[in-house]
Design a protein around this ligand. Structure first.
Ligand SMILES: [Zn+2]
Ligand SMILES: [Zn+2]
Ligand SMILES: [Zn+2]
Length: 324
């Protein structure tokens, strides 16, 4: 059963998806990998490729009638969940891909965004990536995910609201002191007020509101920027940095709310052996504290990225972190 319930305490939708509990909880390694070239799932495909998620949180076949009035509101758990495999190489993270491969991956994300945007009942397409056993990734082979869901996520709605008069993302393309590096059409910055110790944002300099508006050159440089930042994260502590990245853009191709496309990256370590944990004030109240000075952390990461200007910056051979 899949159902989307409105939490009446906060007016936020929660996806209730009980069969997800049966997905693999042990890490799927190379010998039984569903994403490597010779697996039945990948047969006949060329990388990058997409496939339906084997343990989807939402399904296009979910039946049910929405109840959108009263104290307990709900809608059927209808939607699409897909996996994107950027490379057949079982241990290649984004930093191990060539600029051509990164461009192809960005084009595939764009094509899925456009196609899923057009599906009935889809009001937001979410493109994201989880990396690292420490943050619960169950299939070792690096991959990204796409959810097409019936409502606009709260974070995207907040960002749309915050950019109704002037665009704060355009502002960020003009900062100097928090710049990590830039290409002709893309800039990578530390946020003004971050939540994660080494959080960064990849921003196309032109005010484009989705991947669909990006030129081939912009897609290539967004991909190269992601590869380079991820490589810098791995090099920062000399271990494989667990991280999440999320594409923030207009929820669907023709949505009314528009948002300057950017990619947010949240690396999970604050030191080689220390994970960032959320405190009571943060989890219980949304009162976040950043334990460093963002401009200093931006400089620290920039100096690592400077040394690694030429792609690829390989993550291969680096150990998994032994962090708590
Ligand atoms: Zn594999
Ligand atoms: Zn803008
Ligand atoms: Zn954002």
């Amino acid at each position: 059963m899949r159902e989307i319930r409105l939490d009446p305490r906060r007016n936020e939708w929660i996806v209730i998806s009980s069969q997800r509990a049966s997905r693999p909880m042990t890490v799927v390694e190379k010998r039984s990998c569903p994403f490597c070239r010779d697996s039945p799932e990948a047969k006949g495909k060329e990388a990058p490729y997409w496939l339906p998620n084997a343990f989807p949180m939402l399904s296009p076949d979910e039946q049910g009638t929405p109840a959108l009035t009263g104290a307990y509101q709900r809608m059927p758990g209808k939607g699409y969940c897909e996996v994107v495999v950027e490379s057949f190489d079982h241990s290649a993270d984004l930093c191990d891909l060539t600029p051509d491969e990164l461009e192809s991956a960005m084009k595939l994300y764009r094509d899925r965004y456009v196609e899923l945007s057009a599906k009935e009942g889809v009001n937001a397409v979410l493109i994201f990536r989880n990396m690292g056993k420490l943050i619960g990734v169950s299939i070792e082979h690096p991959h990204s995910q796409i959810y097409a869901i019936p409502y606009v996520p709260p974070i995207i709605q907040e960002e749309i609201n915050a950019s109704s008069e002037t665009c704060p993302i355009c502002e960020e393309t003009r900062v100097e002191e928090r710049t990590v590096f830039s290409y002709n059409s893309v800039k990578v910055v530390f946020p003004y007020a971050p939540r994660w110790p080494y959080e960064t944002v990849v921003i196309p300099i032109r005010h484009i509101t989705s991947l669909a508006e990006a030129t081939d050159k912009e897609l290539r440089e967004i991909g190269m920027s992601l590869g380079r930042v991820v490589g810098c994260y791995h090099r920062l502590f000399g271990v494989k940095m667990p991280y999440v990245l999320a594409f923030h853009q207009s929820p669907v191709l023709n949505s009314k709310g528009r948002l300057h496309l950017h990619v947010e990256l949240y690396p999970a370590l604050r030191a080689p052996d220390k994970l960032k944990h959320w405190s009571g004030a943060e989890l219980g109240f949304g009162v976040y504290t950043y334990d460093f000075w963002p401009e200093d952390k931006a400089k620290e990461l920039a100096s690592i990225c400077e040394k690694n200007e030429i792609l690829p910056i390989s993550s291969k051979g680096l150990p998994e972190p032994n962090a708590i």
